[in-house]
Design a protein around this ligand. Structure first.
Ligand code: FAD
Length: 486
């Protein structure tokens, strides 16, 4: 029998569920990737993610060739391209790794229906998470909606010995075992970035490297400092987190391998805390995929429906405030430095994502969906499930046990997590003359102090666009409608 593996957000040739199953069950296995123009047409012409994917595809093709196979690369609508290719190659089945986003599910359903018309199977595998859909349920057999009990049940299931193998859930799929089943690929051409309407960024502009080798390098670098993760991860000026999110997004690293490494490190004496905190972050990732699967309405609505009663600011002034937030011109240094990090690199530190999201929603009174959309366009690691989950968490409309009156103070957050102002100075060099005490709220300085720091407020750096204490009161009023409805 013949099979076709359709790569999507799983751009690797090792530990790959669909590739392994396809090779195991077929005598001739083809591979394909489709640059989906339905997605690409919405992206800016200079897009880091596009280039990351392109680099990853080139490397993937090379690695598949080394194993004896290859990669067919197409540009178009996968709902047409995949059935057409499957018919042309006369394969009996198309294998994919499962996707949990509503539009991807609809696309897969359309492809599956089309394949069925000529008796070609559509087989989907679990690959990008450890536990999916209904695999981790509460005692009442219901999906969880709060993280901590979900995490406890997740860890319990991972450790369960019912399978007889302690590493059962994160064991690698040994693709190379059936490498002899690869079909010979004769199609070698691939569309160029320019043909698909994209410009190529220089390495300096791109600031990240696609592909499996780059993912493995980042992981090695992180594992050497995983024991410090618990303490370091909250401070944006410090190299604390793994920076693996974009690799997880496009599957150039394997979640099973990451979890196996986290578990291995939790078992050593000095790494245990950092590794278990990091494992917890990987569980958050599974959690939000599970939420999106069970509650696809979160894409446009609040997870807690009663929060849809909130009236957000949306007049012309709100547009101006929103633009200032996007451009890093709010006058709150930590918020602005964070937005500049996003605009200049496509990455933003997790602590800062929480700070800027809280600022947009609870200081500026702007709908979380505006911020979510801005992140979706600019984050290298944009993932609908985690982004939506993060925004709804920050807006208190989502899966959070905390009440809505948790409102971050952008100044105290700055004093706590960037106490020396090191991160702020990296992105706002015009504030370099301010000392660690003054840098968090420059408008509080006297004219003499400002002069001493060589800073002209309103010229070099904006005055704050909102007063936090006033905004806080307004937010509490705005959210009070929730109480009335529920
Ligand atoms: P590490 O600290 O090294 O964590 C390891 C991995 O765990 C991450 O790569 C990520 O896959 C996962 N992870 C960590 N925190 C979370 C979390 N809170 N939710 C889900 N998964 C998590 N993460 C994305 O991958 N894509 C997004 O689009 C995204 N949008 C966000 C929006 C907001 C408003 C907030 C508050 C958070 C968002 N996050 C998102 C979660 C988190 O900020 C990033 O995953 C993290 O900063 C990525 O950096 P890292 O790889 O160095 O993380």
């Amino acid at each position: 029998t013949k099979s076709l593996v359709w790569f999507r957000r799983d751009l690797r040739s090792f530990d790959h569920a669909a590739l392994y199953q396809a090779l195991k069950h077929a005598s001739a296995c083809y591979c394909v990737f489709v640059f989906d123009h339905n997605i690409l047409k919405h992206l800016p012409k200079r897009d880091r993610r596009m280039q990351f994917i392109y680099q990853s595809i080139l490397e993937l093709r090379q690695e598949l060739e080394k194993l004896g196979g290859g990669l067919i690369v197409r540009y178009g609508d996968p709902v047409e391209e995949i059935p057409r290719l499957a018919a042309q190659l006369e394969v009996n089945a198309v294998y994919v790794n499962r996707d949990y986003e509503p539009t991807a599910k609809a696309r897969d359903q359309a492809v599956s229906t089309s394949l069925a018309s000529f008796n070609c199977d559509f087989i989907s595998c679990k690959d990008q998470v450890i536990f999916e859909m209904d695999e981790v349920l509460s005692l009442a057999e219901k999906p969880f909606s709060v993280f901590t009990p979900y995490k406890n049940a997740w860890l319990k299931k991972l450790a369960s010995e019912t399978t007889g193998e302690p590493d059962f859930y994160f064991k690698a799929y040994p693709v190379e075992k059936y490498a002899a089943h690869f079909a010979q690929h004769t199609e070698l051409s691939l569309p160029s970035m320019a043909e698909m309407g994209f410009e190529t960024l220089s390495a300096e502009e791109l600031k990240l490297q696609g592909g499996m080798a780059a993912g493995a390098e980042l992981l090695d670098d992180f594992l050497a400092r995983i024991d410090q993760y618990g303490d370091a991860r909250d401070f944006p000026a410090v190299k604390g987190p793994s920076y693996l999110s974009v690799h997880l997004r496009f599957g150039t690293v394997s979640i099973r391998y990451l979890v196996s490494q986290a578990i291995r490190h939790t078992r050593t004496a000095n790494s245990s805390l950092g590794a278990s905190v990091w494992l917890s972050e990987l569980i958050w990732r599974d959690f939000y995929f599970m939420i999106l699967h069970h509650h696809p309405r979160v894409v446009s609505q609040s997870f807690k429906p009663e929060y849809d009663a909130i009236q957000w600011e949306n007049d012309a002034h709100a547009q101006v405030l929103f633009q200032a937030w996007c451009d890093g011109k709010t006058g709150y240094p930590l918020v602005d430095a964070a937005m500049l990090q996003l605009n200049q690199t496509g990455y933003m530190h997790n602590r800062l994502r929480m700070v800027v999201a809280s600022f947009l929603v609870k200081d500026l009174g702007i709908d979380w969906r505006w911020g979510e959309a801005y992140f979706a366009l600019h984050l290298n690691d944009f993932d609908l499930s985690a982004n939506n989950g993060g925004w709804q968490w920050a807006a208190s409309t989502g899966c959070d046990a905390q009440p809505y009156f948790r409102i971050f103070n952008p100044i105290t957050q700055s004093e706590k997590f960037d106490s020396e102002g090191k991160f702020i100075r990296r992105y706002l060099p015009q504030l370099s003359g301010l000392n660690a005490r003054h840098i968090h709220a420059p408008w509080k300085l006297t004219p003499i102090e400002l002069k001493g720091a060589n800073l002209a407020l309103g010229i070099d750096y904006p005055y704050p666009i909102i007063e936090h204490d006033v905004a806080r009161k307004k937010t509490l009023e705005r959210y009070s409608v929730v109480k009335k409805v529920s």
